[in-house]
Design a protein around this ligand. Structure first.
Ligand SMILES: Nc1ncnc2c1ncn2[C@@H]1O[C@H](COP(=O)(O)OP(=O)(O)OP(=O)(O)O)[C@@H](O)[C@H]1O
Ligand code: SF4
Ligand SMILES: [Mg+2]
Length: 329
């Protein structure tokens, strides 16, 4: 069987911010990963490690002081070099549905949620007529757990959790092949977190050609929905792993990933010591070395990313599944 091409292919993506006085912030460095059709990839990592900047780069939403390198392909289209007209007309909403990290800021403040929902339905699905638009908007609201009787509210009349659900509803309307969800569960209680990520998963499963890239701090949500996990530290992907092996046995391989899981209250509840380095002043070697209990002299050299791990002393890789003839023996 021929393998289908990825929905998204990120190839050596880097983002630098140029600051007055010549300072450079290395927000994302050499990110490489694919998201396959039918796959949910969770991108995790501490605050400020570059997750949202990576998402903004994919959508052409970086500020003017940003420089990018590498490529990020949606089919044949390189998102990093596509012009604004192409991104606005054919990518945002249609080929990539975005659930933004600050939904309240993403919604238009002077219009009701209903009018924004109906406008998006009309733009992306071609539905016309008052009654049909009303029905479609209410359906979209329900899909994301947004109560239809709140549709006539303005964004400032919504709680953070409700604004989150309104943004999720808007992102799902276009049935885009790639959903990019940046902290889609912030401000939601556990039941709603589960409902929201289950809806995102359903969106992917409803059509085997769709995919989800979900940025999250909520590792329980990542475990619930993800097929694979990408761990980011100081702008770099340091581990890319199968979600079952990562959250279960044998667990993560990178010391930073292990630290993230050990910090959880239902695990060791032991925080990672120290703080991440400044992205404007990164060391030459491994950026995690100052916090790492496995660091050696070798770690003063940058560990290369093998496609699954960037560490000189990772925990052993999971044993490969036995071949059928070994099981029979
Ligand atoms: N316009 C900008 N100019 C300079 N630096 C910026 C700019 N935008 C973002 N940064 C920096 O890029 C880094 C990565 O930010 P980003 O928002 O991607 O973090 P994050 O991983 O999404 O964090 P969080 O989990 O808190 O959302 C941060 O150090 C941030 O200060
Ligand atoms: S490369 Fe060295 S310092 Fe970095 S995470 Fe691996 S063991 Fe720790
Ligand atoms: Mg962010």
């Amino acid at each position: 069987m021929t393998e289908r091409p990825p929905v998204l292919s990120v190839r050596g993506l880097s983002v630098r911010f140029l600051l007055p006085g010549g300072r450079r912030i290395a927000a994302v460095t050499d990110a490489r990963f694919d998201v396959a059709p039918g796959e949910c990839l969770a991108l995790i990592g501490e605050s400020g490690c570059g997750k949202s900047v990576l998402a903004s780069a994919l959508l052409g939403l970086l500020p003017a002081n940003a420089q990018t390198a590498g490529g990020a392909f949606l089919g044949d289209l390189d998102l990093l070099t596509a012009d604004e007209r192409t991104l606005a007309r054919t990518v945002r909403g249609r080929r990539i549905g975005l659930i933004p990290q600050s939904p309240a800021a993403h919604l238009t403040p002077v219009r009701t949620v209903r009018s924004q929902m109906e406008e998006t339905v009309a733009q992306l699905t071609g539905v016309r007529g008052r009654t049909a638009l009303r029905t479609a908007a209410e359906r979209a609201a329900r899909r994301a757990g947004f109560p239809p009787d709140h549709l006539d509210r303005h964004p400032h009349e919504l709680s953070g959790g409700l604004a989150q659900r309104a943004a999720t509803a808007l992102a799902l309307i276009g049935d885009a092949p790639l959903l990019l969800a940046d902290e889609p569960t912030t401000g939601l209680d556990r039941d709603l977190v589960d409902r929201t990520v289950d809806e995102l998963r359903r969106h992917v499963d409803a059509d085997g050609d769709r995919a989800l890239l979900m940025i999250t701090h909520d590792l329980a949500a990542a475990e619930r929905v993800a097929d694979r996990v990408a761990v980011m530290y100081a702008g770099r992907i340091v581990e890319l792993a199968d979600a079952k092996a990562f959250f279960g046995a044998p667990g993560p391989r990178h010391p930073y990933s292990r630290g993230l899981l050990d910090a959880l209250p239902d695990r060791a509840f032991t925080p990672i010591p120290g703080m991440p380095p400044e992205l404007g002043d990164l060391p030459d070697g491994c950026a995690f070395a100052a916090r790492c209990d496995r660091a050696t002299d070798a770690c003063t050299a940058l560990p290369p990313f093998t496609g699954s791990i960037a560490c000189h002393h990772p925990a052993p890789a999971p044993a490969p599944a036995p071949a059928p003839e070994d099981i029979r023996a």
